[in-house]
Design a protein around this ligand. Structure first.
Ligand SMILES: Nc1ncnc2c1ncn2[C@@H]1O[C@H](COP(=O)(O)OP(=O)(O)OP(=O)(O)O)[C@@H](O)[C@H]1O
Ligand SMILES: [Mg+2]
Length: 268
């Protein structure tokens, strides 16, 4: 079911990709003429392996260079003046409210769970080394939020270390959520998560989208996540977004069934 929307849609951020292309080794892997993400609070981006979904997200974050085209963020609705993301370094994205989780696990080996979460909310505005990570200040400011996440996801020992792939994946998502993004790009957030944790993760995403106006784009092969969270779905194959529509429409579309789902996944 769709999240209840308490933030007016038209002031939510939009991401606009125009004539964006990327090739690797002479092979076109993304070729998007005109795509708007964020017209709905939670959108899915699906497609077969190698369709270009991760590359598309990386192009938005400018962690992969575009061959051509432009990606812009309209921060306060579709008519608001654009911020051109494709001219900006990746580390400026969070400052504009744009945050992405990672398909491939990114975690710390030698930081405790708590420290890794505290570090993610440290402010880097003061660059003197001893001030860069002002532990007391960070703790005072964010400990409560962090504790709430740890309790909600049942981390028994925050002073211990993340061991399993699922825990590491979840911590990456929590670190992103702690940044209170305006737009959250989730690249296969459910991969490696046990079902109950996956469901709790989905609940948090739904809640944040409704209460804080966070817009979400989810890439996921676990289609239960896509069908139950998204209000709108973009279908990508061979580098192009070839279909867009309601989850139900996309799920039953012949092209999606043929290129991706197979007949057993369509329907109920
Ligand atoms: N850095 C790279 N160098 C060369 N080829 C790449 C690179 N990154 C991606 N590719 C290729 O680009 C294509 C699209 O990859 P991408 O990871 O975007 O697909 P995807 O839709 O995210 O797939 P999956 O569902 O398996 O995660 C693939 O053929 C992949 O091998
Ligand atoms: Mg991918």
């Amino acid at each position: 079911m769709a999240a209840e929307t308490t933030v007016p849609l038209d002031t939510r951020p939009r991401i606009h990709l125009e004539k964006v292309a990327k090739s690797f080794d002479g092979r076109v892997v993304v070729d998007v003429d005109d795509l708007v993400l964020g017209n709905h609070p939670i959108e899915g981006l699906i497609g077969p392996n190698g369709a270009g979904k991760t590359t598309l997200m990386r192009l938005i974050m400018h962690s992969t260079r575009l061959d051509r085209g432009r990606v812009a963020l309209h921060p306060d609705g579709p008519e608001s003046p654009p911020i051109v993301l494709s001219e900006m370094p990746t580390h400026h994205m969070a400052h504009h409210g744009l945050v992405k989780t990672n398909q491939v696990i990114m975690d710390f080996e030698k930081l405790t769970i708590l420290d890794s979460l505290l570090l993610s909310v440290a402010r880097s505005k003061d660059e003197r080394p001893h001030r860069l990570f002002n532990e007391d200040e960070v703790y005072e400011r964010r400990a409560e939020d962090i504790r709430a996440y740890l309790e909600r996801f049942g981390f028994p020992d925050p002073l211990g270390y993340a061991r399993s792939a699922g825990e590491k994946k979840l911590l990456d998502i929590i670190r992103c959520l702690l940044l209170a993004p305006r737009v959250l790009l989730l690249d296969e957030p459910a991969a490696g998560l046990p079902e109950d944790v996956r469901d709790r993760m989905m609940d948090v995403v739904k809640e944040k989208s409704a209460s804080d106006g966070m817009s979400v784009v989810i890439v996921e092969h676990d289609l239960e996540v896509v069908w139950s969270l998204s209000e709108y779905v973009h279908f990508m194959a061979e580098g192009r977004v070839i279909l867009q529509g309601d989850p139900e429409e996309i799920r039953q579309h012949d092209t999606v069934i043929e290129k991706y789902l197979g007949s057993e996944h369509a329907g109920s």
